[in-house]
Design a protein around this ligand. Structure first.
Ligand code: PMP
Length: 306
């Protein structure tokens, strides 16, 4: 259950948590045309709080809306300020932020051009998405029988609400079978991503991740990790990965705002590497957490202080 906080930002106003309600004929509720973001705010070593890569997340929200043909009624700056205000007013030191753009009620039917664009921003405390133990020891994954739709069926660069039906089916399938996360292949059978994370593998000392031209989201954590790896002199190669390359990888990890950097210790009941968090994964994870928690001061452009 989400821990309730005081206020939710709704169409320009802070309203009480329980008052943040919508009409049942809201267009997005029926047809899934909406866009959202997931953003984290971390408490830093010095006690201050900062939202990680807020501007990039807001930019992606606007890109998602553009791809989804949803007109925006606010500027990116206004949304950035609204996110910061939502953290501040709820007195949260650390939280997850969820901006959601959706179409309100009015007309029914698919077209829905005249329905107003609505925007809500909620914040709540959210620990490690795949568990603290997952972060330390790695998780067990299974390749889902559901593939990611082709790049011209679903717009994978947009975090569109309806796109997530595919992810939810995959997640439920593998969690019901006793695993923690689903790995999804593209229609050609190449590795795409997790249900809500990007994927990296390590083989022969090389770090490899699928390219952005494929059916994957352009993850902001993926981009962060690629930059941190370059700084650690561990260049990342972007190329297609086959299913069997996963089985023989020395290390695998997933990246995402919710999942942060989570090692994978098993895929399809095959042990990956030594069956524990690998050394390069640990190095990247340590650097990531040191950065977001302000233990190492670097990349000031990535932090928006609350
Ligand atoms: N892929 C999908 C399908 C996702 O939903 C997410 C989470 N937003 C990611 C990858 C990771 O993206 P990010 O690092 O920007 O959170």
């Amino acid at each position: 259950m989400v821990d309730k906080v005081e206020k939710i930002w709704m169409d320009g106003q802070l309203v009480d948590w329980d008052a943040a309600q919508v009409h049942v004929l809201s267009h997005t509720l029926h047809y899934g045309l909406g866009a959202f973001e997931g953003i984290r705010c971390y408490e830093r070593e010095d006690g201050r709080s900062a939202v990680f890569r807020l501007r990039e997340h807001v930019e992606r929200l606007f890109e998602s809306a553009l791809i989804a043909t949803i007109p925006m009624r606010w500027s990116q700056d206004e949304v950035v300020q609204a996110c910061l205000e939502t953290v501040r007013v709820n007195k949260l030191k650390e939280c997850y932020l969820r901006p959601l753009v959706f179409l309100g009620d009015g007309a029914m039917g698919l077209f829905g051009r005249g329905n107003a664009t609505r925007l809500t921003i909620a914040a709540w405390k959210w620990g490690a998405y795949l568990g603290d133990e997952g972060i330390d020891k790695g998780i067990r994954c299974k390749i889902s029988s559901y593939s990611r739709p082709g790049i011209n069926s679903v717009m994978s660069k947009a975090k569109v609400v309806g796109n997530y039906v595919n992810s939810i089916l995959a997640k439920r399938e593998v969690v019901d079978a006793g695993y923690q996360e689903a790995i999804m292949l593209d229609p050609q059978g190449y590795v795409a991503e997790g249900s809500g994370e990007n994927i990296f593998i390590v083989k022969h000392g090389q770090i490899i991740t699928p390219p952005l031209s494929g059916a994957i989201l352009g993850g902001i954590t993926r981009d962060t990790v690629i930059q941190l790896c370059a700084e650690l002199k561990l260049p990342v190669v972007e190329r297609q990965i086959s299913r069997d390359e996963l089985y023989v990888a020395k290390e695998i990890f997933l990246t995402g705002t919710a999942a942060e950097v989570t090692p994978v210790r098993e895929i399809d009941d095959r042990t990956i590497g030594a069956g524990a968090r690998g050394p390069l994964t640990k190095q990247i994870q340590d650097r990531f957490f040191a950065l977001v928690r302000g233990k190492e001061v670097a990349h000031p452009e990535w932090f928006s202080f609350v």
